[in-house]
Design a protein around this ligand. Sequence first.
Ligand SMILES: [Zn+2]
Length: 311
Amino acid sequence: VIPTQATPQVLYIIGEGRSGSTVLGMLLGQVEGIASVGELRFIWSRGLRDNQRCGCGSRFNDCSYWTGILRALEQTDRSPRGEDASRPIAIGSMRKFPYLFLSDRLFPGRARIRHTIALFDALYKVIGHDTGCTTILDSSKSVPFGYFLARYSRLDVRFLHMIRDSRAVAFSRQKHKLRPEIADRIEYMPTATAWRSSVKWVINNGFAPLVCHGRPYLRVLYEDFSRCPRDVLRCVFEFLDLPTTLCDTLIGDDNRARLHVLHSISGNPTRFTRGELEIKPDERWKIDMPAWKRRLVTALTWPLLNRYYQK
Ligand SMILES: [Zn+2]
């Protein structure tokens, strides 16, 4: 039984993929008291069902961290069973976007969504209880899931919106990156056309600040983080009401950090990095991206790109 006083705060990273949230999550996960669990919305799909690799390198169902947490979750009355088990899988899907425009009265299946969010609340509490951490960092990024959390979670959920230049994101989406977490076959991270990447960027980054429903919200630019990670981390610690002095041990003057193993679900392949990691901006798109593509992405994302990047 989970004691009622075990109510951790949740730091939810919201926004678009390929924006540096994996590295930020890895750094924050080095701090005592922060459980950085990766993209938790995939725990029942990429974790339990597909048995992909955890950040520690083990297959999900062989990782004692996660099997312990799922066992503890089963002790609560929130554990998903039977037909219910498929619901939490779809919670972060882009198909849930129309829900954002519906009033409470017209909201189909609101009770089921509330139920799923209660399940995630229980999961966050179990993680807090099992690890002794007071902050759970969930890098799920999904805007609909963030919206449901802001609306229905009973926990202290805070939103960190991480944004990266739309052209860098589109460029990153065209590269074939191996997914080392798939253990039984060779699979690459999904690629997207410049057009599709731009539309997703506008939707996710446009809606992210709107769905937080009065919950605490902090905006971080990838470009600031990769140049001066310490300054950005200091802001994040302030945002979490944690001492900013934690930064000094986390990252050196040379922007290098030492990483220990994290038990994380899904995310960029960087999450398997061990030992030393240098934080530095990746601006290959400025040289290697064809000019027409860059112009196309700029045109498609312009008003929002301009709003987030004007100093
Ligand atoms: Zn693990």
